[in-house]
Design a protein around this ligand. Structure first.
Ligand SMILES: Nc1ncnc2c1ncn2[C@@H]1O[C@H](COP(=O)(O)OP(=O)(O)OP(=O)(O)O)[C@@H](O)[C@H]1O
Ligand SMILES: [Mg+2]
Length: 393
């Protein structure tokens, strides 16, 4: 059973070897699918995962999103059992797993480089985890057939990996991870090596498969569009911490930190010293113009973040009111996007903004001087943490 001669790259080898050693799985149902309580990982002096708290619901599609080096893979590998937890508690389906090896955690895993056995056919690749689990030949056949159908590869069972495209190979890897029906499927940038079109198609396929199998999916990506379109909830990682956990709408419309606001989607960010206005609003001076946002913070360095679809362009000199803000801008670029136009604008102090207007809006040209106007309610007031603007794209 364990004398397969084919070397596999890195972690996958570990996983498959682990599978061969023990077939027992976890059968304790807890309240949460996966829960992390103050989970910490250190490498020497570096704390790369810093006291993370997170509850992933059973059957949820949770995405870890964040820049390179922010701790996504390390956290996933702690859940998988490939990396040990230095501090804190980790439970999978109610069971503490910190001391359980990967093969006892009832998880499947898909990596960026699909690592199929080159000398085995597609069917043999998918049957492999079932052989290791000593399922009967009939049961193996049935499950392999179902798994192939699930990833829409029914006609490819007799091919070898070298006869498949990258996307097809990744679908086979997905089938192999799902064939033994794990309760948790972990995926680390599984579409990272594929081109955009194929990636988008496989995103919808993975979502469909998630709905069909009902397992808990944890998906790692640094692509914000991928995260926004696929996830039930997203955990945004930054520097070993989770900045915010929420639905795509939560994170886009109500970011709690400037990092989250900037990392997800486009935005215009106006920075300045805040002055309280009454007891529930704050004024910031931007390029000599007072702009207002709802909310107040003890900190002085603040930011107002506005999404491009919440900005309007109006004739130069339009005044602010108690309902709306207005600042003068110059249009520096116009991009035609079919249903809308995207304007890049510049404030007198050099701050850049992004405005998106539908087809019904008046068309402006590069070089035009206009007013950038938005409702006070549409701005999000945040603390300016001084981090450089970051974006995943
Ligand atoms: N075995 C290790 N020894 C020392 N440092 C490590 C080790 N593994 C990871 N790190 C460090 O931990 C930090 C987090 O790494 P991790 O792989 O979790 O990032 P990531 O968010 O997955 O990034 P990416 O998007 O580039 O994959 C990085 O600074 C990395 O250099
Ligand atoms: Mg990673």
């Amino acid at each position: 059973m364990t004398n397969d001669p084919t070397p596999l790259p890195g972690e996958h080898e570990q996983e498959l070897r682990a599978e061969g050693l023990n077939t027992s799985t976890i059968h304790v149902i807890g309240e949460a699918g996966i829960s992390l309580n103050q989970v910490t990982k250190r490498y020497g002096e570096n704390t790369v995962v810093d006291a993370i708290d997170l509850v992933i619901e059973p059957g949820e599609f949770m995405t870890f999103l964040g820049p390179s080096g922010s701790g996504k893979t390390t956290t996933l590998n702690m859940i998988a059992g490939f990396t040990s937890v230095d501090d804190g508690l980790l439970h999978i389906y109610g069971k503490p797993v910190a001391k359980l090896p990967p093969h006892k955690r009832d998880i499947g895993m898909v990596f960026q480089n699909y690592a199929l056995f080159p000398h085995k056919t597609v069917m043999e690749n998918i049957a492999y985890p079932l052989q290791r689990r000593k399922l009967s030949k009939d049961e193996q056949k049935r499950r392999v057939k179902d798994a192939l159908a699930m990833v829409r590869m029914g006609d490819y069972g007799d091919r070898y990996p070298s006869e498949l495209s990258g996307g097809q190979q990744q679908r086979v890897a997905l089938a192999r991870a799902l064939v033994y029906e794990p309760r948790v499927l972990l995926m680390d940038e599984p579409l990272g090596a594929l081109d955009k079109k194929l990636r988008e198609w496989l995103q919808t396929e993975i979502k469909r498969i998630h709905r069909e199998v009902g397992s808990t999916f944890v998906y790692v990506t640094h692509d914000q569009e991928e995260a926004l379109s696929m996830s039930d909830r997203i955990a945004v990682f930054n520097n070993g911490k989770i900045e915010q956990v929420g639905t795509s709408e939560d994170l886009y419309e109500a970011p709690q930190t400037l990092f989250v606001g900037r990392f997800l989607g486009e935005s215009t960010v106006l920075l300045g010293a805040g002055t309280p206005l009454g007891d529930r609003q704050t004024a910031i001076s931007v390029a000599g113009h007072q702009v207002i946002a709802n909310g107040q913070f003890a900190q002085q360095h603040l930011a107002i973040l506005i999404r491009p679809e919440n900005l309007r362009l109006e004739p130069a000199g339009v005044e602010a009111t108690t309902e709306r803000n207005s600042v003068p801008v110059t249009i520096t670029d116009v991009t035609y996007l079919g249903a809308s136009r995207r304007y890049t604008v510049r404030l007198p102090d050099g701050t850049e903004g992004a405005v998106r207007l539908g087809q019904e809006a008046r068309i402006h040209n590069r070089g035009d001087h206009v007013s950038m106007v938005w409702d006070i309610d549409a701005g999000v007031l945040l603390v300016d943490t001084g981090e450089a603007g970051e974006s995943s794209t």
